[in-house]
Design a protein. Structure first.
Length: 587
């Protein structure tokens, strides 16, 4: 006998679940036809305002439970405020540019580099809008009330124009600059990434210990001495231009028993390194502070035409390795900073796809960077001392789920350091729920580097920058205002369909272009610049809204995302009527 047959259940004529799957769409259709949202706004017109600013979901794929939690939570808040007598409009939005849409088209067989760019961008636009339509219907089906007929969409001309105006304001204040320092580089996306596009996973890496021969010991070290270094990225040895030591750390010159070589290592690590290298016994001949080794010249392990200078850096520790860090300024932030100080070459030996380039040497050219460990070991020869596999946390591209590298390529940056303190002060004035969110965002802003805003992709808002014949970058207020007006009329696609001179103001001249010739930037903006400028493209742009908003409500991932980028960009405009903005995290 089945369990249900033992139960004395009441019988009723009511349909299962009251027929809700069929009746709800009918109710929602009736509410829509009655224009309840519009009537609610008219009823509360002129009353105290409450403005929740909607963080835009990405227009790609069906909605999921996270979308439902997000929209329903906002709907509860907005309805509550409306019923309490506030004018509380809800303007939904969508984020529509970026790599995921390019990836979808690629999976459909579209070859971006083999077709007309304008046609490709139209395909991206059509796909994005189809996803907006799909998600819009799903959000309505959740019963969320809002201005669904007039949402904000980041690909629309008006929004793109307002985004350009924010860029122009930042450029006008000197916050935008071009540099070639190492950035997060995704070889799988062929583009630079911002910190918000990085996630960390544990990986196993092969680390190498090897030695550089002293070429000029500056009266401190003999030329039969070798300085021992350690690397967890063997491919970067091809671009190594220096050896960094800690200025206040203690180093010793060690002579293993039976060896005709002397080695320099950190004193605190000598015993553990002797075990790794198989030195059964050794003598310590000399001891020095790191500062005493500055400017000693060593030979690159296999390229005898390249000298590697011993330099000083505060980032060196004895937590692991040898206490001496091989320094490749083209492949790391610390390496770059200390390398620039000592005028080391910023060599880059890996291309945009992760392949070793010609300047890496004939043995490496054409090899994938992560597959060259055997070649490096062979090139090191008898300078190779040991290797080991280590497990450590490593950055990945959050979209492709592939590891990234640090790579120095010319990029456009927003200089966070110029206004960091002001942002931190504003965070202190803001209400956070939960309260520990304030500490989290404060620390993120405090510790973040300058923002890489350029991307080497196609589907996005172009960086409105021109170049004179002498290479001078042009992004004056006159120029960016003109480009913004063009985008407002034609959309950003005009950037790709017109020549540079036809995008500049009529009669524009520049001393760097005596022949009147100009070129335009081909990189696009980081998509976080799109959504981060929504305060201007939405809250400032719409008559029924005002800036700043009363509430931002998003998931905890937006501390490094939308919360973060929005704060980076509101700095360019003083609040006309300052009041606290609450950041709410959805638990």
């Amino acid at each position: 006998m089945k369990l249900k047959e033992t139960l004395n259940l009441g019988k009723t004529a009511f349909p299962m679940r009251a027929g809700l799957p069929n009746r709800e769409p009918e109710w929602q259709k009736a509410w829509d036809e009655a224009e309840l949202y519009k009537k609610r706004q008219e009823l509360n017109e002129g009353k105290p305002a409450f403005h929740l600013h909607d963080g835009p979901p990405y227009a790609n794929g069906n909605i999921h439970v996270g979308h439902a939690l997000n929209k329903i939570s906002k709907d509860i808040i907005v309805r509550s405020k409306s019923m309490s007598g506030f004018s509380a409009p809800y303007v939904p939005g969508w984020d529509t540019h970026g790599l995921p849409i390019e990836q979808v088209l690629a999976k459909q067989g579209v070859k971006r580099k083999e077709m007309d760019l304008a046609a490709y961008l139209e395909m991206c636009r059509d796909y994005a809008l189809s996803q907006v339509d799909k998600q819009c219907e799903d959000f309505k089906r959740l019963g969320v009330s809002g201005d669904w007929e007039n949402p904000y969409i980041t690909l629309l001309p008006q929004y793109e124009a307002d985004q350009i105006r924010v860029f122009g304001a930042m450029a006008d204040r000197g916050y935008i600059y071009r540099g070639a320092k190492p950035v997060y580089w995704s070889w799988s996306s062929e583009s630079a990434l911002a910190e918000a596009e990085i996630e960390y996973h544990d990986i196993d890496s092969t680390s190498l210990y090897y030695a550089n021969k002293v070429k000029d010991g500056k009266g401190v070290l003999d030329t039969d001495t070798y300085i021992v270094v350690w690397t967890t990225t063997p491919f970067t040895v091809t671009a190594s231009r220096g050896l960094t030591v800690g200025p206040d750390m203690d180093y010793v010159v060690v002579k293993p028993t039976g060896s005709d070589r002397k080695y320099v290592v950190a004193e605190a690590l000598v015993d553990s390194l002797a075990t790794k290298f198989g030195w059964e016994s050794f003598d310590i001949l000399e001891a020095y502070k790191g500062a005493a080794l500055e400017y000693i010249v060593t030979e690159h392990p296999w390229d005898k035409e390249v000298d590697e200078l011993v330099i000083l850096g505060d980032h060196v520790t004895t937590d692991s390795g040898t206490g001496i860090v091989h320094t490749a300024p083209g492949f790391g932030e610390d390496d770059y900073n200390v390398g620039i100080k000592y005028k080391l070459e910023v060599a880059v030996t890996v291309d945009s796809r992760g392949m070793m380039m010609e300047n890496a040497g004939p043995d490496f050219q054409g090899q994938f960077y992560d597959k060259v460990v055997p070649i490096v070991k062979e090139k090191l020869g008898d300078l190779f001392l040991a290797s080991e596999v280590i497990t450590h946390s490593y950055p990945f591209d959050w979209r492709t789920k592939k590891p990234i590298i640090w790579r120095a390529v010319p990029q456009w940056f927003a200089s966070v350091s110029d206004f960091r303190q002001e942002i931190l002060e504003e965070i202190e004035k803001t209400t956070f729920h939960p309260s520990w969110g304030k500490t989290r965002l404060y620390n993120m802003i405090r510790d973040r580097g300058d923002w890489v805003i350029s991307r080497q992709r196609a589907w996005g808002v172009p960086l409105p920058i021109f170049y004179a014949e002498d290479g001078t970058a042009i992004m004056t207020k006159e120029v960016t205002d003109h480009v913004a007006n063009l985008f407002e009329e034609h959309g950003s696609i005009i950037w790709w369909t017109r020549d540079a001179k036809d995008l500049l103001p009529a009669g524009f001249t520049h001393p760097g272009s005596p022949n009147g010739e100009f070129t335009k930037e081909t990189d696009i903006m980081d998509v976080w610049f799109d959504s981060g400028s929504s305060w201007n493209g939405v809250m400032n742009a719409r008559e029924n809204l005002s800036y700043p908003a009363d509430l931002y409500l998003e998931g905890s991932d937006q501390y490094r995302g939308w919360f973060n980028s929005s704060l980076m960009m509101v700095r360019v405009k003083k609040c006309p009527n300052p009041r606290a903005i609450s950041f709410h995290q959805m638990m």
